[in-house]
Write a protein that binds this ligand. Structure first.
Ligand SMILES: Nc1ncnc2c1ncn2[C@@H]1O[C@H](COP(=O)(O)OP(=O)(O)OP(=O)(O)O)[C@@H](O)[C@H]1O
Ligand SMILES: [Mg+2]
Length: 451
């Protein structure tokens, strides 16, 4: 379910982002390029009207990025084949592709994800530029790696490392299959926190502005990487406490003071982090219009319940079936409570968030049970996967009503009983599927839990 993305001054914003054929102005002299390249290039350096930067200068400053031709991208994505379609957000469709080792001498063979700007959509050149400027320079294990980009005429494309497990939203809210286990949730949120912390601790802090489950991508080991820097912006310089911008973001995640005043700080990201933490604890979406009254907005509804241990148990994700650390859940609930404070100054910094999260991974009071998470097989027929994904999305909408959900619960229980029987049968065989139970994950991934 795609959440509503909004901008209160979208009209103004669109005026500043129309793709420019005339690029960004006259070429700068080599000496000034060099001067800027010694520090991080700020978005304003390239996007302000009158900036001396041209897109070809960008390729000099961000020399590690590959500038792809449309012809190469057609080859990589098999002509943007429907079978390679991964999904679509505000920017436009995303396709899986493969770079063969003979494409370019400096580029190793690898799977990639190619994002194509929808020229009729709500985003444009400015979001593309932000993505290139930020992800072209910021490299961290918890940020998705941008391999390159393409611009020809009005076309704007982005080429990323391929993240085989897709996004967190899909894993957390999908109707089919077992729920995401507790320790996997912890590993993901810790990775995402590290990514956000890295951005906030830059010499000029980067405010990400779009922290949400669909922007947290996962690799095969459930390492989390932040994606989508189209709304990111450089934070205030030392003399200022905030930047004032158009209100942009996704409903349900944006901080209340930012919505009211347009004042943006790194603490706005911490609020969004608190919302995602709540989604992981409760298994509920940040906004769910199928629910009644206050329950529609997760943060508003859940925050007052987080400090009462009995109430907390009542709102924990039922799909976890009690298989989580109670002490850990209480610690995370207390953390979410602070992140969601209406006063931005009372929210913790991301480095303090990490300090709270790390010890929670060590807690051993997780009931041992037959809880098994079956990850989809890699290399399955891609077309089948696409069809399956589309079907799941349709079902997601159709199964909105409470009654159907109850029915599903019953079916799930029967299925789990069947799975348990089948599992016991299969346990002795080595099988080609990735099966992670919480205890299994803990054993096999413990070393990487803190990576
Ligand atoms: N690098 C990647 N590897 C694998 N899948 C990706 C990658 N980047 C994006 N996707 C998938 O492509 C789909 C669209 O992603 P995109 O980020 O454009 O939109 P979104 O996050 O769903 O919405 P929004 O526009 O609100 O950010 C999602 O299903 C996402 O998981
Ligand atoms: Mg996204």
């Amino acid at each position: 379910m795609a959440l509503k993305k909004w901008a209160t001054c979208r009209k103004y914003f669109l005026n500043c982002i129309k793709p420019k054929n005339t690029i960004l102005g006259p070429k700068v002299r080599a000496s000034s390029l060099k001067q800027i390249s010694s520090q991080r290039l700020l978005l304003s350096d390239v996007s302000d009207p009158g900036s001396p930067f041209s897109l070809s200068d960008l390729s000099i400053s961000l020399a590690d990025l590959h500038v792809f031709t449309r012809k190469e991208l057609i080859l990589i994505t098999k002509n943007f084949s429907k079978c390679n379609y991964l999904g679509e957000g505000g920017f436009g469709p995303v396709y899986k592709g493969f770079i063969e080792d003979n494409l370019r001498p400096t580029l190793k063979a690898q799977p990639v994800a190619v994002k194509v700007l929808d020229l009729d959509g709500t985003q444009g050149h400015m979001e593309w530029l932000a993505e290139v400027v930020f992800l072209g320079q910021l490299k961290h294990p918890n940020l998705v790696n941008l391999i390159g980009y393409s611009y020809e005429g009005q076309d704007r494309l982005l080429v990323y490392e391929y993240m085989p497990e897709g996004n967190l939203e899909h894993h957390l809210f999908r109707r089919h299959g077992a729920a995401l286990p507790w320790l996997t949730r912890l590993k993901i949120i810790l990775g995402a926190a590290k990514g956000l912390c890295f951005l906030h601790e830059e010499a000029t802090p980067v405010i990400y502005r779009d922290f949400k489950t669909s922007n947290i991508l996962l690799d095969l080991d459930y390492n989390a990487k932040l994606s989508d820097f189209g709304l990111a912006t450089d934070g205030p310089d030392e003399e200022k406490s905030h930047v004032t911008t158009c209100v942009m973001g996704t409903e349900g995640y944006a901080a209340p003071e930012y919505i009211k005043t347009g004042h943006l700080t790194t603490m706005s990201d911490v609020f969004s982090f608190g919302v995602v933490l709540l989604e992981l604890l409760t298994g509920r979406r940040s906004v769910d219009n199928r629910r009644h009254g206050r329950e529609k907005n997760l943060a508003e509804w859940a925050r007052p319940l987080l400090k009462d241990h009995r109430k907390l148990e009542g709102i924990m994700d039922r799909r976890l079936e009690g298989q989580y650390s109670i002490e850990g859940a209480r610690k995370l609930a207390a953390l979410a409570y602070r992140c969601l404070s209406s006063n931005p100054k009372s929210r913790p910094t991301m480095s303090s968030v990490i300090k709270t999260l790390e010890p929670v991974l060590e807690l051993k009071d997780i009931p041992v049970g037959p809880f098994v998470y079956i990850a989809p097989v890699q290399g399955e027929n891609e077309c089948d996967n696409v069809k399956k994904n589309i079907k799941e999305l349709d079902l997601d909408e159709v199964r909105a009503e409470e009654k159907i959900e109850e029915k599903e619960e019953k079916i799930k229980k029967v299925r789990q009983r069947h799975q348990k029987v089948r599992r016991n049968r299969h346990r002795r065989k080595a099988i080609g599927r990735a099966i992670h139970s919480d205890t299994e994950l803990y054993r096999t991934l413990k070393s990487s839990l803190y990576s």
